[in-house]
Design a protein around this ligand. Sequence first.
Ligand SMILES: NC(=O)c1ccc[n+]([C@@H]2O[C@H](COP(=O)([O-])OP(=O)(O)OC[C@H]3O[C@@H](n4cnc5c(N)ncnc54)[C@H](O)[C@@H]3O)[C@@H](O)[C@H]2O)c1
Length: 393
Amino acid sequence: MRERILLTGGAGFIGSHTYVKLVETGYDVWIVDNFENASEDIPDRLASLVGEAPRIIRCDLRDYDSIKAVLGSAHFDAVVHFAARKSVPESETNPIGYYRSNVVGLVNLIDGMRGAGVRNLVFSSSAAVYGATTNVPIAETTPLAPLNAYAETKRAAEDFIRYVARAHPEMRVGVLRYFNPVGAHPSGVIGEAPAQPPSNLVPVLARVATGQLDELKVFGGDYSTRDGTAIRDYIHVIDLAKGHALSLKALLRDKQSHLVNLGTGRGYSVLEMLEAYGRAVGRNLPYRIVDRRAGDAAVSYADIRQAKQILGFEAEQGLAEMCRSSWRYYSQEVGVDTSGADDPRPIIVEPKTSRLSSALFEPGQGPLSGAIQRDGSGQWSRSARLKTPPGYE
Ligand SMILES: NC(=O)c1ccc[n+]([C@@H]2O[C@H](COP(=O)([O-])OP(=O)(O)OC[C@H]3O[C@@H](n4cnc5c(N)ncnc54)[C@H](O)[C@@H]3O)[C@@H](O)[C@H]2O)c1
């Protein structure tokens, strides 16, 4: 029988790409999401990529009874936990909301997992827990020094997981510290939700390319780096999805808990990213160098030896593909002209199902009538509106 995996936040950016990878790997994958940062038509987008309607349960992890009901509704072999809020600036103005989503949500999830006898957890952590360390490449043993509320929630979550694993040794955990996830599925069908206010480089570059933003503000041009701008480790979301499949394999087959960085092990400067994105778009993008931002490290890239040793993980996708796939997805979503682009044409992935009906459930209820379909011209249409997720704030 296929192993069953629950993805929390599986309708989001990294979760949706991981969903596709895990289904392709042969798992029976279910998603829970409250849709606060996910597109309502994601069920049919995923169906078009994997050839079957995904099982998606609308559920908010801040509500213990809801997640408990989901975990009690079927046997799950493992949970991959993406559901969280991720904006650094927003976390500074709304720390209560961030702790409630990122820490309380995790406590509810693990409590529910324990009650249902689910023993394996993969957790989305972040290189943000390292703060502005100057020890590069950054190894997992680097002392943690989070510099904002978002990063603090990830450290608190990691600490909590460590205590749970110590108290309950039968639990196995994979903690994955992502560096800077970018790019999109090669089809252009899924990517990073365009509605989200961008606070990281690549979504900002996409908006500069469409004219939604006038220019890229480059924070600091006087770092001691090759061109004076800050250097980061960008990893393609397709590689990240592969990292989750390997993490699950380590937990389920090798029975091995682990904590690893997921990055490429190499860094690109802001100006190098700007140039690469401009190449994908087919023209130079405007930018202006402004003051450094407080708390930004000059150089940050991952020590990738542990991920390779424990998981056999190595990133494969290069910078050009990161930028091309990002632009393919984003330009399609906002409907801009891509003539002149390096690779303007989306790679059309024909839906493998003839009728793409979504399977959205409320915990304890039947499916919602939310069929969303792609018409003959390739446009996504919604035949019924889905319920608004319950608000907690
Ligand atoms: N994208 C990055 O740059 C990055 C970097 C490091 C770590 N991470 C972590 O990876 C994970 C996934 O990030 P992403 O980029 O895919 O984010 P995302 O916002 O695209 O996806 C998160 C998903 O979780 C859902 N969600 C949020 N709160 C929820 C709740 N209380 N209950 C149920 N669903 C909820 C959202 O609707 C969304 O679909 C997060 O934990 C994030 O902190 C992301």
